[in-house]
Ligand binder design. Structure first.
Ligand code: ATP
Ligand code: FE
Length: 316
């Protein structure tokens, strides 16, 4: 990263193919891939950016939340680089990284709200100022991305299923009217496990009757329920917390149904709020978003020493 905004290189070592046959991420397999690929990733990053270690000001690393084995490998590698080259080490929260993916195309101004939707999180975050995070709503069970992946599995779609379910949903109609959990409740929390169960029961019951359900309609019905709840709770949050900007970030922020519906409802109910969508290419996990978050963290004095450890359950 240069000056927090310019991406010099953004190397992603994907390991999806290794996890696909298990239908989800296997932690031990993920750790092994991290060990095998981290050195090559660092070298590729320097090469593509056309810089050497001498050009660096600081090294940033994600220390949580996530899988402990994978986090530890990143933290250890970053410590080694920082120690060997006498560079400051900047610890970054993975979820702050997701939010900062939106900063490549927009200037941030505060107060600000974030809708963070990913494989492991579904959160509404209020930010009164840079570097200040207050979680005002979150899922009580499954994350939105997790729900996509689980119902995708029932439909025979390879992990991670979100993107394909999204594409199918655009070609179908909401004919099943699955439940909208906690929609009318007076809080900003989410729940997706009831929707997942309703979906799975519908599919299994049809199978038992020997009936074939329309896959696109199933996807559209599931997506309509997820998007309804996400958007309605976000609007409710904006009613309670006046802000200038709303960030949409995390892997599920790539969802086309969610992007367009949020835009429409914001225009209707909170036209004073600017929608800052993370660029499509930076919605899923990537290094650039961590660099952008680190740039701000660095200015606010975030520094780690050699005792930095992985924190799998770290929250914002
Ligand atoms: P976390 O960020 O919470 O630690 P993670 O890093 O595993 O979890 P991300 O990489 O941020 O998750 O996002 C991956 C998730 O996004 C997967 O569950 C995937 O199915 C989902 N996803 C990706 N594209 C889409 C889409 N177009 N529609 C819905 N979901 C999507
Ligand atoms: Fe993520």
């Amino acid at each position: 990263m240069e000056n927090g905004h310019k991406i010099l290189s953004n190397i992603v070592a994907t390991q999806i193919a290794s996890h696909q046959r298990f239908g989800g991420v296997v932690p031990e397999v993920a750790s092994r891939h991290h060990i095998e690929q981290i050195t090559a990733c660092i070298n590729d990053a320097l090469l593509e950016a056309q810089v050497t270690y001498d050009d660096l000001t600081a090294v940033a690393v994600t220390y949580g939340p996530g899988l402990v084995g994978s986090l530890l490998i990143g933290v250890t590698a970053a410590k080694a680089v920082a120690w060997a080259h006498h560079l400051p080490l900047v610890p970054v929260n993975h979820m702050a990284g997701h939010l900062y993916a939106a900063r490549f195309e927009h200037e941030f101004s505060y107060p600000q709200m974030g809708l963070l939707v990913s494989g492991g999180h579904t959160e509404l975050v209020y930010m009164a100022a840079p570097h200040e995070y207050q979680i005002i709503g979150e899922t009580r069970d499954d994350a939105a991305g997790e729900a996509y992946d689980k119902i995708g599995r029932v439909m025979g779609i390879a992990y991670p299923a979100g993107k394909q379910v999204d594409e199918m949903a655009l070609q179908g109609t909401d004919t099943f009217h699955f439940p909208r959990a906690m929609e009318k409740e007076d809080n900003l929390d989410f729940s997706f496990s009831g929707l997942k169960s309703a979906f799975i029961n519908t599919v299994h019951n049809a199978q038992q009757r020997g009936e074939q359900l329309d896959a696109n309609d199933l996807a559209a019905s599931f997506q309509a329920s997820v998007v309804d709840v996400l958007v309605e709770k976000t609007i409710k949050a904006l009613d309670q917390y006046p802000v200038k900007q709303l960030i949409l970030a995390g892997g599920v922020a790539a969802n086309r149904g969610l992007r367009s519906r949020l835009e429409e409802d914001l225009e209707k109910f909170h036209p004073e709020v600017d929608l800052l969508k993370a660029p499509l290419k930076l919605c899923g996990d990537n290094a650039a978003m961590i660099g952008a978050a680190a740039h701000v963290g660095y200015q606010y004095g975030d520094r780690a020493d050699w005792s930095l450890n992985a924190q799998p359950g770290l929250s914002l």
